[in-house]
Write a protein that binds this ligand. Structure first.
Ligand SMILES: CC(C)(COP(=O)(O)OP(=O)(O)OC[C@H]1O[C@@H](n2cnc3c(N)ncnc32)[C@H](O)[C@@H]1OP(=O)(O)O)[C@@H](O)C(=O)NCCC(=O)NCCS
Length: 169
């Protein structure tokens, strides 16, 4: 019998093709026009803060984090988060988010932003960003711009444009 338990592993360079195919299947070619995608493409994600979910050796999910600034404050942008359709509703998406947030916190990061559905991400501690407090360089439904504080109060006094952070940290 093969081991069919779920494992969450840091992403490696070898995962790139399988993740790209997962994104293509999930989001289609329209993904390139998404505002969050446009921020990420300028910087690339952090492999050490991005994770894959595997059942046995099969890659069934992925979450990626990228370095951004909100105004002048460093943060991470979470996404895409994707789980293969046959493996959804088993907690894999939440497990990927929890692992990525725990690793980010352990590495000293304080804030994570994303564009997504608040009812889903609220389970992992994300809250809606109040209107105009943070802006994206493209069209985003303000109700879908969310933030999680990895350290209590980390979002206090933070505001501004969400943009790529090109400085290595
Ligand atoms: C969103 C996604 C990652 C969730 O993965 P998953 O492994 O099925 O999630 P979980 O098993 O952790 O959670 C499932 C629960 O979340 C709910 N849920 C899933 N997507 C949701 C959404 N967009 N809004 C609200 N609830 C949602 C499910 O109904 C389920 O609820 P239940 O626990 O009451 O049955 C997956 O559906 C997916 O890949 N979707 C397409 C890509 C996408 O939209 N990604 C997010 C934006 S980047």
């Amino acid at each position: 019998m093969s081991d069919l338990s779920l494992t969450i592993l840091p992403e490696t360079a070898d995962d790139a093709l399988a993740i790209e195919r997962l994104h293509e299947r999930t989001f289609g070619p329209g993904r390139y026009a998404r505002t969050a995608y446009r921020i990420r493409e300028g910087i690339g994600h952090r492999l050490d803060l991005s994770f894959t979910a595997r059942i046995g050796t099969l890659l069934v999910g992925s979450v990626q984090l990228s370095p951004v600034l909100i105004g002048e404050t460093t943060a991470l942008l979470l996404g895409p988060l994707t789980v293969e359709p046959p493996f959804r509703d088993r907690g894999i998406g939440q497990a990927l988010i929890e692992r990525a947030l725990a690793e980010a916190k352990a590495k000293g990061h304080r804030l994570v932003v994303l564009v997504g559905d608040e009812p889903y991400y609220a389970k992992a501690g994300f809250k809606r960003i109040l209107k105009d407090r943070a802006t994206m360089p493209g069209p985003v439904d303000p109700e879908r711009l969310l933030v999680a504080e990895l350290v209590p109060g980390a979002f206090d006094g933070v505001s501004g444009r969400v943009r790529p952070d090109h400085k290595p940290r």
